[in-house]
Design a protein around this ligand. Structure first.
Ligand SMILES: *Cc1c(COP(=O)(O)O)cnc(C)c1O
Length: 381
């Protein structure tokens, strides 16, 4: 089986994790801060808060921005369900902004139009959460300008996009956003088995997210009500969670981050190779947004919707782990029971009907990629 995505684990990665097992700290030791420092170095962000998943990172990002009942979060319908779920987990309402049919990302024009209407009825979002689909950054300059104009906060769901760039800005630099979130699930670019991080340039948001990942507890006397009872003292000053990343995970992350640029180069090379090898097939290839360096988490082709299922089934039967990203979130039963219906976001639905993610990961060999192309050619014949 050739999977659609796969982690790259070296002996050095394994040694780093084993070293932690022999050390004093399995959690709350030096590896998590070291991983956070590596993320800051790679992105240019001032602060990074590592947690046990991107879902957790999105959740504490929303909490740190005070998203709550009566508030509104907007995200893309073309994403994993977690992006929308965190809004409801905070007690807020959720709505979606349709995608651009070529980039599969939240469309800035659709966002502008929806904001205009929302302003007229006095129901602007508190947070807009663009999703960098496949690793290709959204138009963050346009979204950032709208944030200035309409006064909402921006959380980037960059689960696919570590190592990518928008113009000269690394994804995660938060040049146009308040917080940017990465996922370290094994199918993503860099892995910690499970894991995520929230990057920000705002020291108050970073401190708040650090507290929220650890029960809402502080050891900072300046934040306490009254004086500390002694050196053991802590106070819980708000409601938090245990979203901490372990030292084993962070050590794996530190080792993986040393190869980030290599991972990106390998993925981009394979993507360019697909572009060439698939050029004559009846498929629509990914469009490259101008001014964006994609991390190519996914390589999505589009086929005629009538053939999508047959092509998918052929590939799976041939041992090729194709997948589909994403079923439009608003069509999920949970979201339909909260007022959404098929037809609400037509671009995301049209895209979904045609999309197939074909294998792409740093360790995919040219020979295996040739097998994928050969099977796809048969499937489309
Ligand atoms: C993977 C993913 C998530 C969730 O990441 P976890 O680390 O598994 O919690 C959220 N959003 C998007 C777009 C993703 O691809």
């Amino acid at each position: 089986m050739i999977p659609y995505g796969r982690q790259e684990i070296t002996d050095a990665d394994i040694a780093a994790v084993v070293d932690v097992l022999r050390s004093d700290f399995l959690t709350q030791g030096p590896q998590v801060p070291a991983f956070e420092a590596a993320l800051c170095a790679a992105t240019g962000a001032r602060h990074g808060v590592a947690v046990n998943s991107a879902t957790s990172a999105l959740h504490i990002a929303c909490l740190a921005l005070d998203l709550g009942p009566g508030d509104l979060l907007w995200t893309s319908p073309n994403t994993f369900v977690a992006s929308a779920n965190v809004g409801h987990l905070c007690g807020a309402d959720v709505d979606f902004v349709d995608i651009d049919p070529e980039t599969f990302n939240m469309c800035p024009k659709a966002l502008a139009a929806k904001l205009d209407t929302a302003k007229a009825v006095g129901r602007l979002p508190k947070i807009v959460m663009p999703v960098h689909m496949c690793g290709q950054s959204c138009d963050m300059a346009a979204i950032g300008a709208l944030a200035q104009k309409y006064g909402f906060r921006v959380i980037e769901d960059a689960s696919h996009a570590i190592g990518g760039r928008f113009g000269a800005q690394p994804v995660g630099a938060c040049a146009y956003s308040d917080i940017c979130v990465f996922s370290f699930h094994p199918v993503k670019i860099v892995t910690t088995a499970e894991g995520g991080a929230a990057m920000t340039n705002d020291p108050r948001l970073a401190a708040r997210m650090e507290r929220l990942r650890s029960h809402g507890v502080t050891r900072d006397p300046a934040l306490m009500r009254g004086a500390p009872d002694g050196a053991w003292y802590y106070q819980q000053i708000e409601l938090g969670l245990n979203y901490r990343m372990t030292e084993l995970q962070a050590a794996l992350g530190v080792a993986q981050m040393t190869r980030l640029t290599v991972f990106l180069a390998l993925r981009n090379r394979l993507a360019a190779r697909y572009d060439a090898l698939l050029a004559d097939l009846p498929v629509v290839l990914p469009q490259r947004a101008r001014n964006v360096y994609s991390s190519f988490h996914l390589y999505v082709i589009r086929v005629v919707p009538e053939r999508r299922r047959a092509v998918f089934d052929h590939m799976r039967a041939a041992g090729i782990g194709v997948n589909v990203h994403y079923i439009p979130v608003h069509t999920q039963p949970y979201w339909q029971s909260h007022g959404f219906a098929p037809g609400d976001f037509p671009n995301a639905e049209t895209y979904y009907a045609a999309a197939i993610s074909i294998p792409l990961y740093a360790g995919l060999s040219d020979a295996d990629q040739d097998i994928v192309v050969a099977e796809l050619t048969k499937a489309l014949a």
